[in-house]
Design a protein around this ligand. Structure first.
Ligand code: HEM
Length: 366
């Protein structure tokens, strides 16, 4: 039996004396306690704790993907980390409801004391963005200064160092680029897929040309849209065209990686592709949840401060709304659906290929 006083004690383990002594109201210092400032501080602190956990999980995923060959079980582990992040994000989005119990007038009781501090200076939030793969050049600016200008020098150094590390986007791009393609003997998947796409597009063209309900204006509009789709499909099959699109910023993944991601989506029912498909879906969930949080936060800011500028000096709601549109990482995974064709039109995989993609169990004792 452990001696009393030497066993682990709950408040000590969690260092609650330190944690619960970190809520100092600036309004109290100024002489009139603003009741809701406590909620404001605790909400931000809860966010920062969750950001810490997200960084911890993201680093675990990056470590798994830094290996030259990512084993199947490591993809499974990465999936578990991402599931956790997505669940945390749900809490982060919902938590805004709690802060919105504070009214704009309650906020005004202490808001001016906060200037020039702002969530813009959340180091952990910026580290999450950098670890995911937000690039410096895609950031929405508001004072023509680099985003790290508003941080202290040690924090700036930390941020710059984080940009030098391969991001999760880079690591996933490399991993996808290494995925073997379906070229088994004389079966070339891309030749078969192109034939299936051409047949589908030719059918679509015929349907537009022969639809008796279309006016000539509507018909030429539809044909123009079909031409655009064909141009996009050309890029899928032609590296040079793809690279030209990529240069313009229409795609970010390498050509090989985009093809691999497409293949994983199209044949996700094959056992070997289940986990990679889960992983890609979770990357999209995570990206989407950050965007949802950004929109929710932008709306909360509008509700709290209207069209006023933020305490950090941005245009407030407008700046935040723009970041929701621009600060996204895995856009290409969303755009992939452009290249999907119905299951019924997909080329059949030869039995040899199908077998290579299945999991075989053989009982060696019998
Ligand atoms: C009364 C509640 C809040 C209001 C009115 C508000 C408003 C704003 C505004 C206007 C900005 C833009 C920068 C600026 O000019 O200051 C901003 C940025 C930010 N805020 Fe809040 N905020 C609130 C609560 C929160 C909470 C609870 C968090 C949680 C950590 C948070 C995290 C952030 C982050 C991370 C940014 C940077 C976003 C980016 O640059 O993409 N904010 N906030």
């Amino acid at each position: 039996m452990t001696e009393p006083g030497t066993s682990l004690y709950y408040p000590d383990y969690l260092q609650l004396d330190r944690l619960l002594d970190c809520q100092h109201l600036v309004s109290a210092e100024k002489g009139a306690v603003a009741h809701d400032e406590m909620l404001f501080i605790i909400t931000h602190q809860a966010y920062e704790l969750w950001f810490k956990q997200i960084l911890w999980e993201l680093e675990a995923v990056c470590t798994l993907f830094r290996q030259e060959a990512v084993a199947e079980k490591h993809v499974g582990q990465a999936v578990s980390h991402l599931i956790r992040i997505v669940e945390i994000q749900r809490v982060l989005i919902q938590q805004i409801d709690v802060l919105e119990t504070m009214t704009p007038l309650d906020f005004l009781d202490f808001r001016d004391y906060l200037i020039p501090a702002s969530g813009f200076q959340s180091l952990q939030f910026r580290l999450v963005e950098n670890k995911l793969g937000i690039r410096r050049e895609q950031r929405v600016g508001f004072d023509e200064m680099p985003y790290e200008t508003r941080f202290t020098e040690p924090d700036r150094a930390h941020l710059r160092a984080s940009e030098q590390q391969p991001s999760l986007f880079d690591l996933v791009d490399d991993w996808l680029g290494r995925t073997p393609f379906l070229q088994f003997g004389d079966f070339d998947f891309w030749v078969a897929y192109r034939a299936a796409v051409d047949a589908m597009l030719a059918k679509d063209r015929l349907l537009i040309e022969q639809n008796p309900t279309f006016t000539s204006g509507k018909r030429s509009n539809q044909l123009r849209m079909l031409d655009d789709t064909e141009v996009q499909f050309d890029a899928l099959f032609d590296v040079a065209k793809y690279e030209a699109f990529r240069e313009e910023g229409a795609f970010r993944l390498s050509h090989q990686a985009l093809q691999a991601a497409l293949l994983i989506n199209l044949y996700r029912d094959e056992p070997i592709l289940h986990l990679p498909f889960r992983l890609l879906s979770l990357l999209m969930d995570m990206d989407e949840n950050f965007t949802k949080w950004r929109y929710r936060h932008a709306l909360m800011a509008l509700r709290m401060i209207g069209r006023k500028i933020g305490t950090g000096g941005s245009s407030g709601h407008d700046y935040l709304r723009q970041t929701a549109e621009q600060h996204r990482v895995f856009n290409d995974l969303f755009s992939l659906s452009t290249f999907f064709i119905p299951r019924s039109a997909l080329p059949d995989l030869p039995p040899k290929v199908r077998q290579a993609m299945g999991f075989q169990f053989s009982d060696s004792s019998s």
